[in-house]
Design a protein around this ligand. Sequence first.
Ligand code: GUN
Length: 287
Amino acid sequence: MAKVIDGKAIADAMMNELAVRIESLKSDHRAPALAVVLVGSDAASEIYVRNKIRRCEQLGVRSIEHRLPETTQQSDLLGIITSLNNDEQIDGILVQMPLPTHIDEKRVLNAIRPDKDVDGFHPVNVGRLSLGEADAIAPCTPQGCVTLAKSVLGPDLSGKRVAIVGRSNIVGKPAAALFLAENCTVQMLHSKTESPQQLAAQADILVVAAGRAHLVDESWVKPGAVVIDVGINRVQQPTGSKLLGDVDFDSVTQVAAAVTPVPGGVGPMTIAYLLHNTFQCYLKSVG
Ligand code: GUN
């Protein structure tokens, strides 16, 4: 049976370390500050934003919440982003996705100052990451995937074969860039890939971010591989609604060396890296 990777424990350890560093700077500097913008009342977004804000408070990061109605005009949202961009007391800006359909997400993401873009979604940061620049702000979830893989395999991932299922801008593509920066051999698999199981079953590290509940079973997994499940799918079952990963945990655990659970795997790491990115922006700001 595979080891279950405890993402919550690893994230908690990271956040405890950050809290100590933030506390030690308190006497000489203002606290780090993160602005969180939520437009509308998407139920999942509400939960994510609440968790992010709660964690900020626990770590001594000031959170500034902007809750805007569903009907907010794009120009008003852009105005708020401009004022947050110009506010020297704000280190990071996060606009929770998805936005209502009358708002152009690309326009909004492009408006965030790249040095406050704690999600790492701005084209400047995407470009820096793809150039392999060490100080690029990288997206949170993919950074969590690399750290979880290292928690099993050790800090040197050089030469490992990585397969990534899913090619999204927020997980698949940046995960590829980060594993490449670790000198891994990276293969992207997606909905048009022929025989994805066969290709996935060659990987030492399998990252699944496809957004399809239980897509991946043991037939996709090389014996002894590390499997990172990024999926969060809410499905209705006779017993009520349940969160399922993109990985069929009970099947994969028969062959893998280690698997992340859902929940308690990648999710807590995303928040830990949001706070990590906010702290990095703060350090650049307060010098
Ligand atoms: N919606 C779902 N995941 C994310 C994320 O990582 N950042 C933002 N801003 N919105 C999201």
